[in-house]
Design a protein around this ligand. Structure first.
Ligand code: AHR
Length: 653
């Protein structure tokens, strides 16, 4: 037969290159599913990095609203000079969490003003309604607050008045008003007039148009980007932020729940992490705290995946350790978190959840102990957590770290130990160049199926590390798409996967690449976002083997493929990456008892070149394009675009 083909080629004058264009045959074993895809499979990793929370998804527009930053005037400007004592910062130990407040005192005639610059300015929208609020005390009856929003050129684009009650005790005041023009870099003026002195705190400005219209809530456009992904889980609050530069700076969930004005802020560790990207005004105010994270998870239909400090500070920084005999507080935090999320409203922490507005449990099913921790010190501490958690909450799966790298001595050491400990889920991280992602597409093909499940907890293809900024190019995204065929093929083992980090603010980032970029008004998804979204919105329920000559399609001729069947929708979904600079023909042979509908759908994601990207100005430069495909029977031939990611969706009848 081969001879005949060669003869024909000779006779017709076809070149050797043409042989490569004859369709590559892929067989899809639809009737031999290999296992189930976890409903949590594709999720999101949230960390307050790159102004992800404060200055980002948390819609507060005022920076340093409670004067608690290390430099209490950061973000603020006095609009009227005062005498000594005109602006006094008092530190009241009786106040929970937020100790400082501002006393304004200008003799008998109070006529003072403050300006807040926002986080790299404030994004406000024409015709949007905004709510100014504050806490105040010691006011007299004739006191007024005049609020102004100015655009970049100092034009007045919104204003309101607020008459204060006469009060000796702390009270809340608020006023809503419309802004008439859009500005990405607006600022807020707050003028105080009246007689006597006035104490103020928590000066705040929020848009009313937040996610789900929640008062003082989250930026709607940013949450929408997450909701659109239909993520299976949301990991929070990080990342290295869990560990802290030192233990004092670690993330402590208990300090992030309860009344917002009582949540004690801390410096954000990304404030000083990278010398070339210092962000001195980066703090965690915890307006977005653990309650809000759980709520967000619920809103977007994602399983909550909290990661807790294991008694170790970041080993790239101080590496401080809690002595083993003093771990109780840390372990108790984990146990209490389960009560906060799932406990009855009769319990201490369950009651707090109910008091905050959510009597129903949050359905917590897994907890991460430690982020990127390593060494025997980690294993010792993890063992203490595991014992306590397994005893009290055997229903909660434990996620444990395999360190910072997906290979090497540290990884091998941890991997062995975690398997020996029968940890439920191992968290693997890989920030690597595109070539690594391509060559690792079969990483999980031969992993032990009897041991722990895998959580690809943080990954991103980095094109220009370490000298950064790592650009979110089509090259990076396509290499991730190729690698993810391997995750999907092994979804019986790989339970969850999330790109990291999630958000980057164009004026305030520390780490790049990121999945989604924002400025004060806009948001766009990178090519990697488009890839993640295509996977998560097409995750299916059953893993379907797709083979070339009996082997997984994992890089030969730069082709990568995986397939799933979606029981609910009744459709086969095939994902193929063509990492060639030329089109490639594939023929799909699907021997099955199932009957296919006549028309399917093809979704193609491709960039003009590997350097192509999306941006604020061209947010959809790379976006999926859909086409119907008609076919007969269970065979079809497709031409794959150069450097493309293609989804073929075939409904069954
Ligand atoms: O995603 C950014 C950082 O990368 C995370 O905080 C950390 O876990 C990892 O090193």
């Amino acid at each position: 037969m081969k001879k005949v083909v060669s003869m024909m080629l000779l006779l017709t004058g076809l070149s050797a290159a043409a042989i490569a264009q004859s369709p590559i045959e892929l067989t899809i074993q639809l009737d031999k599913p290999k296992g189930k895809v976890s409903p949590h499979m594709w999720g999101v990793f949230f960390e307050d990095i790159n102004l992800g929370a404060d200055g980002g998804i948390y819609a507060e527009l005022v920076k340093n609203r409670s004067f608690e930053f290390d430099q209490p005037w950061m973000g603020w400007k006095k609009l009227v000079d005062g005498n000594e004592g005109t602006y006094l910062l008092l530190n009241d130990n009786q106040r929970k969490g937020n100790k400082r407040y501002l006393r304004l005192n200008n003799g008998s005639d109070l006529r003072l003003g403050l300006q807040n610059a926002g986080f790299r300015g404030m994004g406000v929208k024409a015709d949007g309604t905004y709510e100014f609020s504050l806490q105040y005390r010691n006011s007299s009856a004739n006191m007024q607050i005049h609020v102004e929003v100015l655009d970049e050129q100092d034009n007045l684009i919104g204003a309101t008045e607020l008459a204060l009650d006469s009060t000796r005790v702390w009270k809340e005041g608020a006023a809503k008003f419309r802004v008439k023009a859009t500005s990405a870099k607006a600022k807020l003026n707050v003028w105080f007039t009246g007689t006597g002195t006035l104490d103020v705190d928590m000066l705040s400005l929020f848009p009313m148009d937040t996610w789900k219209g929640r008062s003082k809530g989250l930026r709607k456009d940013m949450v929408q980007m997450l909701a659109d992904m239909k993520p299976g889980f949301i990991r929070f609050p990080g990342g290295c932020i869990v560990e802290g530069r030192d233990l004092a700076n670690r993330f402590q969930w208990k300090k992030t729940v309860g009344p917002i004005s009582e949540r004690e802020l801390i410096i954000n560790r990304w404030n000083t992490e990278f010398k070339h990207r210092l962000t001195p005004d980066y703090f965690q105010t915890f307006g977005l705290g653990f309650y809000e994270y759980f709520l967000l998870a619920e809103d977007i239909g994602a399983a909550p995946v909290p990661i807790l400090n294991c008694g170790m500070a970041c080993q790239f920084n101080t590496g401080e350790l809690v002595p083993l005999d003093q771990l109780d507080e840390y372990v108790q935090d984990a146990i209490d978190l389960i009560e906060f999320a799932n406990g009855s409203t009769a319990t201490k922490w369950g009651k707090l959840r109910a008091d905050m507005g959510h009597p129903e449990p949050f359905q917590l099913k897994m907890i991460g102990v430690g982020n990127e921790n390593w060494g025997p010190q980690y294993i010792e501490r993890l063992a203490v957590f595991k014992k306590a958690l397994n005893e009290k909450h055997p229903e909660i799966a434990i996620i444990a770290s395999s360190g910072t790298d997906p290979e090497g001595d540290r990884f091998d050491f941890l991997d062995d130990k975690l398997r020996a400990m029968s940890i439920n889920i191992i968290d693997e991280h890989y920030y690597r160049p595109p070539a690594w992602f391509l060559s690792s597409a079969s990483r999980y093909d031969h992993y032990d199926r009897k041991g722990p499940k895998i959580f690809a907890g943080e990954y991103a293809s980095h094109t220009t590390r370490p000298n950064g900024p790592g650009k979110s190019t089509w090259e990076a995204a396509l290499s991730e798409a190729a690698f993810m065929t391997g995750l999907e093929r092994n979804a019986d083992l790989v339970e969850m996967a999330s790109y990291a980090p999630l958000f980057g603010h164009v004026d305030g980032w520390q780490w790049s690449p990121d999945l989604i970029w924002v400025d004060n008004l806009q948001v766009y998804g990178t090519p990697s976002y488009q890839v993640q979204k295509l996977y998560s919105t097409n995750k299916g329920s059953d893993i379907i083997p797709i083979k070339r000559d009996g082997e997984a399609v994992a890089g030969k001729d730069s082709l990568y493929a995986s397939a799933v069947y979606d029981q609910q929708a009744g459709q086969l979904i095939v994902k193929i990456v063509n990492y060639n600079s030329k089109p490639v023909q594939v023929s799909l042979d699907i021997p099955t008892k199932k009957k296919f509908a006549k028309v399917g759908q093809k979704i193609i994601l491709a960039g003009k070149d590997l350097n192509a990207s999306n941006s604020i100005d061209q947010p959809l430069n790379i976006q999926p394009r859909q086409e119907p495909i008609a076919y007969k029977g269970s065979k079809l031939t497709e031409r794959l675009t150069p450097y493309s990611f293609t989804l073929i969706k075939l409904p069954t009848r």
